[in-house]
Design a binder for this molecule. Structure first.
Ligand SMILES: Cc1ncc(COP(=O)(O)O)c(C=O)c1O
Length: 457
């Protein structure tokens, strides 16, 4: 298969990227000044080092974000399709959420006791996601970490099973790769300060590969399969038809729990992919957008699991469980979560998101076909990925083999310079209830300009 940039004149992408970098510098004097000043206070000049992983030549500083409109330090306006990499999937500061947070902020932030709305929040979680019992954390990374402890505790099994290309947050056990030559687990080389050998307790198999899954489960020592319903952090790789029904059956057959990480795939439908496709997880993890972007994550589980978790806790000696953090389930978070469950996780939100995302997907596909580019668009509900490869990938190795990182970086910067924000690292775009036709039209217009720029010699 020819690389999907082989038809472009040599050097075109690099030349365009250089021109776009210069354009960014000229248009963003305030961001540049802030970026220089911030070097004195922050590692790499940013509060979190990932913020320098965007392909712009300097950090873009944000003045304000509301709905899907973001204004940078230089007063320029952007239609935001990154949406905080899903944290702001329902739009930035939706009014019912901002109001609930402001009201609770005057009534106590954290007490290490449940606020009186805890019951209403539990009812809301069951209504939206279907599972009856819940616990809270502040980040999806934490929620995944805690669920892994519960899963190992209740099954008394050591092994974790994940898919190659997975990302479940800063969870040590999951930061591993698959060695394609041997099928063995490898530590992810980019992970800093790693001393524990997670290869000893984590098995990795390719996504959409039932034979490999079966072989990994057959040894009878897997506590749980931790998986997103579709890979969303290594491009967007959807499940093959029938994959999950068979995978779920294999987990049951071999006594392994199924932990479904819906942190990104809640873009699929109201209540997430697992609910829409009846995946029947033992545990369900949702973070990021679950409380509209205020730090919050939740994990839900079945009654059977709750009984097994209670038994494991009762059987353990008094003392630290290794599960939980002081601020988890705090009053401010509960207030935000209640408002989000009532006003954001709604049929109306998803009706709008899914319809507009479908139109955008179709329009991008038409443009790609007209321009004769060997690219595709893969969509999962409200999120889609512009993929610089001819077909939707089947697993992480497909993505590794075909990735076009230079073209992705150019696309990102080209769009940013024209007022459209895509997610960095891969070209993901997410449609929120606040995204309107004009935002989609703006994106399509800029995409047209990119296609022209790439084709003009
Ligand atoms: C599927 C998935 N799970 C968990 C996480 C971790 O979320 P957080 O960084 O908010 O802890 C991420 C982050 O991107 C994610 O994509």
């Amino acid at each position: 298969m020819p690389p999907s940039t082989a038809h472009l004149p040599a050097g075109r992408i690099a030349a365009l990227r250089q021109a776009e970098s210069e354009r960014f510098v000229t248009a963003h004097p305030q961001s540049l000044a802030l970026a220089r000043a911030a070097q004195a206070h922050y590692l790499f000049g940013v509060p979190l080092h990932w913020m320098r992983d965007w392909p712009s030549p300097a950090t873009l500083f944000v003045r304000e974000a509301q709905g899907v409109t973001l204004h940078c330090a230089d007063g320029l306006r952007y239609a935001d399709f990154c949406l905080g990499d899903t944290g702001a999937m329902f739009g930035h500061s939706p009014p019912p959420l901002a109001e609930a947070i402001a009201q609770q902020a005057a009534r106590g932030l954290t007490c290490m006791l449940p606020a009186v709305n805890a019951v209403a929040v539990g009812e809301g979680l069951q209504r939206v996601f279907g599972l009856p019992r819940w616990q809270m954390a502040l980040t999806a990374s934490d929620a995944n970490r805690f669920v892994l402890r519960w899963a190992r505790a209740v099954t008394q099994r050591p092994q974790l099973l994940v898919f190659d290309g997975c990302y479940h947050g800063a969870v040590d056990d999951t930061l591993v790769d698959l060695d394609p030559a041997t099928g063995r687990t490898l530590p992810r080389p980019s992970v800093l300060g790693q001393v524990h050998n997670h290869a000893a307790f984590t098995r990795v198999v390719p996504f959409n590969d039932l034979a490999a899954l079966k072989a990994a489960l057959a040894q009878g020592d897997v506590a749980c399969l931790l998986a997103e319903p579709a890979l969303t952090n290594f491009g967007l790789v959807p499940p093959a038809p029938g994959f999950w029904a068979a995978a779920r059956a294999l987990c049951r057959q071999h006594g392994a729990l199924f932990v479904c990480d819906e942190t990104h795939t809640i873009s699929t439908a109201l209540g997430g992919h697992a609910r829409a496709h009846t995946l029947e997880p033992d545990f369900l993890v949702v973070g990021k957008a679950v409380a509209g972007g205020l730090p919050c994550a939740v994990y839900g589980f079945t009654e059977d699991m709750a009984a097994r978790m209670a038994a494991a806790k009762d059987a353990a000696p008094e003392g630290h469980s290794g599960i939980g953090t002081t601020l988890s389930g705090n009053a401010l978070t509960l207030a935000a979560l209640e408002a989000a469950l009532n006003h954001l996780h709604t049929e109306a939100s998803y009706r709008h998101m899914l319809a507009l995302a479908a139109r955008l997907e179709q329009s991008l596909r038409e443009r790609i076909a007209r321009a004769g580019m060997p690219w595709t668009v893969t969509r999962l509900g409200a999120r889609m990925e512009l993929q610089f490869m001819p077909e939707t990938p089947q697993n992480a190795q497909d993505v590794r083999d075909r990735a076009q990182s230079e073209l992705e970086a150019l696309t990102h910067l080209f769009m940013l310079n024209r007022g459209v924000l895509l997610t960095p690292f891969h070209s993901m775009l997410l449609v929120s209830p606040a995204t309107c036709d004009a935002d989609a039209d703006r994106l399509l217009q800029v995409f047209d300009e990119l296609l022209v720029a790439l084709s003009v010699g």
